[in-house]
Design a binder for this molecule. Structure first.
Ligand code: FES
Ligand code: FES
Length: 169
């Protein structure tokens, strides 16, 4: 028996979408399959890899564990908007300059997570960074380059006024 689909409104990267979803539809699948927002990746599907990370009302969240119906009317921000954000742009540049991107599969989730940290904490310690990124797995980089990227981004932002995530406004 198929579940009855209901219409919901999702606000994704500043745009409002009306979609029909079943009660058990996951945000990750709705983003990728119905809205063609392909930045969040399907890695494990069970909350262990962070590849599907998005921001929901500015909070780092796993879209593979989030029911789409539960975020109706909430502000969802994916990596596509994060890299347009002033802080996210700097983080993305530092990922490239420190060669923190190899196969790239973890990168969207890492960028979302790292940017969310620097949005709330401009001078994180190395331990803060490692703790914040602990839910995001990377098979390629060994994490050192990722941590250096975030440290370098934090140094670049030192003294800059706080930026709000534009897509969330
Ligand atoms: S796909 Fe969501 S945590 Fe792995
Ligand atoms: S760059 Fe390959 S998994 Fe992180």
């Amino acid at each position: 028996m198929t579940e009855k689909e209901t219409p919901i409104t999702l606000i994704v990267n500043g745009r409002t979408h009306r979609v029909f979803v079943s009660p058990s539809a996951l945000l990750l699948n709705v983003l990728r399959d119905q809205l063609n927002v392909m930045g969040p990746k399907y890695g494990c599907g069970i909350g262990e890899c962070g590849a599907c990370s998005v921001l929901i009302d500015g909070e780092l969240s796993l879209s593979c564990l989030t029911l789409a119906v539960s975020v109706m009317g909430h502000v969802i921000t994916t990596v596509e908007a994060v890299v347009e954000d002033p802080v996210g742009k700097i983080v993305a540049d530092k990922f490239l300059s420190h060669a923190a991107v190899q196969c790239g599969f973890c990168t969207p989730g890492m960028l979302v997570a790292a940017t969310s940290l620097l949005q709330s904490e401009r001078s994180p310690s190395e331990e803060d960074i490692r703790q914040h990124l602990r839910g995001n797995l990377c098979r390629c980089t060994g994490y050192a380059a990722l941590v250096r990227s975030v440290q370098d981004a934090a140094e670049s932002l030192d003294g800059e006024p706080d930026h709000e995530m534009r897509a969330g406004n």
